[in-house]
Design a protein around this ligand. Structure first.
Ligand SMILES: Cc1cc2nc3c(=O)[nH]c(=O)nc-3n(C[C@H](O)[C@H](O)[C@H](O)COP(=O)(O)OP(=O)(O)OC[C@H]3O[C@@H](n4cnc5c(N)ncnc54)[C@H](O)[C@@H]3O)c2cc1C
Length: 502
């Protein structure tokens, strides 16, 4: 792993591998679905990376539980034996959130794949965490409903992973991120205790534990059930494809659309390299003679949609748009989106490797950040293609590199870090929806000071004082709870005796 420092292997755990595997097999035995515990190097290979493929690591062992009781027993066993655990859904994290650790159990939740209940009167669905994001919509669309947050990976990523990453998608501008669409959770803590948070109701008393768990990147507990809001499909949705001679003009158009009080169902932007890659891949008729392309979707009652489309077209013209194409059918609207949704794999065809960054900026700063990226591209000697959730100011620069050329991965990582630093400098944040994981872990001090980080760590310690859940992710220093000034002496045994005391 290029320069990535992960927690040192726990040699005591490594030495007990056979005993640990036997104990885990007793909890999760083989059944009709296959092995409950996977421990051969070859079989574990498929789990050695997530979608941040620059990094890979075999886990200690892979466990595939099927019941909440099994998850609880596995976690309790790991807690009592001080064994690290990395929760995993579908492994599509772009920030290395589900990257295994050599001395950790990889707890794969893919067998939790059932829709438990659909409650139309209350407009909620109760699902297991391994159900794919799109699977929820598929289960309710025959009744005219859908689940709104739509990451581009929705065909593969799990709702448990979406909760852990607070995932978003093109429709989150109007309908909110995962955090705004999850009403209840069942979570198993590292102690094995089962916690139920929220439910079908709209508000919870007491602290906002739902908010705490959503986006916690597998560091606070393992999600075993999710209650999500389902929405009725809008009467009409139409998309407009608008081309501009410069990204700056497109950026100003985005700010003016929002400034006019219009909240589109989705508003996405692609720059020239991304447009060309997407068009070559899916051939949906994107204009190739523009520098920036906006896809703006308006949804709602037909009269409202028609009115808003006129307003959007007028704003676009005022800002120098050179092409404007309105979808005339549902097929055409889906085709407009197909290119955008396939933009990542499309870029994968024009470069051996790419790093997908994820930062968020105030919309007004878009021209400044785009200009900054162009300068960095020259300085780092690497190409960049831009795809972003323009309405939210959530950027996804794709840095193109070739891992086989010595030094290129490192240059790409430095380029990415410079982009995120710029996002913070203009008043933005390090991540929009992909999480911190290992990718942005060491950049956290760019955004948070010691006090901020200490208090975030105190939350972590309240749930997992032994630091067993997904260590090495999110927090920049490998610092543990004992170092926060809290000293818990249990039956005369000092925790972390290896740490120096002051
Ligand atoms: C081509 C592509 C496009 C993408 N587009 C988007 C996009 O538009 N928007 C977006 O937000 N993301 C996007 N992603 C990123 C990714 O799909 C999301 O982060 C997704 O939510 C990860 O889900 P997963 O099931 O694959 O989780 P994993 O990758 O398996 O895990 C991600 C994190 O969640 C934790 N986790 C997983 N399951 C659980 C659980 N049950 N309990 C506790 N913690 C758990 C893991 O420990 C890890 O920290 C994209 C990825 C790819 C490859």
């Amino acid at each position: 792993m290029s320069g990535l420092v992960m927690p040192a292997l726990d040699e005591k755990v490594m030495a007990r591998r056979d005993e640990i595997i036997a104990a885990l097999r007793a909890i999760v035995p083989n059944n009709g679905l296959g092995e409950g515990v996977v421990d051969s190097t070859n079989a574990m290979r498929v789990f050695e990376s997530d979608a941040l493929t620059a990094y890979r690591q075999l886990p200690l062992v892979v466990v595939l539980p099927e019941t909440v009781e099994q998850v609880s027993q596995v976690l309790r066993y790991c807690y009592e034996n001080s064994i690290r655990v990395v929760p995993r859904g579908a492994g599509t994290s772009l920030s290395g959130g589900s990257l295994p650790l050599g001395d950790a159990v990889l707890l794969v939740m893919s067998r939790f794949n059932r829709i438990l209940q659909v409650d139309y009167p209350n407009r909620v669905a109760v699902v297991q965490p391994g159900v794919t994001n799109l699977g929820i919509t598929k289960a309710v669309e025959h009744e005219g409903f859908y689940y709104a947050p739509d990451p581009s990976s929705q065909i593969a990523c799990s709702i448990g992973g979406n909760v852990a990453e607070n995932s978003g998608g093109v429709h989150c501008l109007k309908y909110g991120l995962t955090a705004n669409n999850v009403l209840g959770l069942e979570v198993v803590l590292i102690s094995g205790e089962v916690l139920r948070i929220g439910g079908k109701h709209l508000d919870s008393e007491a602290y906002d534990m739902l908010g705490l768990m959503t986006g916690s990147e597998g560091l606070l507990g393992v999600v075993t059930e999710v209650t999500v809001r389902i929405l009725q499909k809008p009467e009409v949705a139409r998309a407009v494809l608008i081309g501009f001679p410069s990204s700056e003009q497109a950026g100003v158009c985005v700010a003016e659309i929002i400034g006019a009080g219009i909240i589109p169902g989705g508003m996405e932007m692609m720059d020239r390299p991304a447009i060309k890659a997407a068009e070559d891949f899916v051939k949906v008729g994107y204009p190739l003679d523009v520098e920036a392309l906006l896809i703006v979707e308006l949804d709602g009652p037909p009269v409202e949609v028609d009115y808003l489309i006129e307003m959007v077209e007028a704003i676009a013209q005022r800002n120098g748009s050179t092409t404007c194409q309105l979808s005339r059918s549902e097929e055409e609207r889906n085709a407009f989106w197909a290119g955008r949704k396939a933009a990542f794999p499309a870029v994968g065809r024009i470069s051996p490797d790419y790093l997908c960054m994820d930062g968020t900026i105030p919309r007004k700063a878009l021209p400044e950040v785009l200009a900054g990226m162009r300068e960095m591209s020259v300085r780092h000697g690497l190409r960049v293609a831009n795809v972003f959730h323009a309405g939210d100011g959530n950027l996804h620069p794709l840095i193109l590199y070739d891992a086989n050329i010595p030094g290129e991965l490192q240059a790409a990582e430095e380029f990415g870090a410079d982009i995120l630093r710029l996002c913070v400098k203009v008043g933005g944040v390090l991540t929009g929806e992909h999480g911190v994981g290992v990718e942005k872990r060491d950049l956290m001090p760019e955004m948070f000071n010691e006090v901020d980080l200490d208090h975030q760590m105190r939350v972590k310690c309240a749930f997992d004082e032994k630091h067993l859940l997904n260590p090495g992710k999110v927090f920049p220093q490998l610092r543990r709870c004992a170092e926060l000034g809290r000293m818990h002496v249990h039956r005369g045994a000092l925790a972390f005796p290896d740490l120096p005391r002051f």
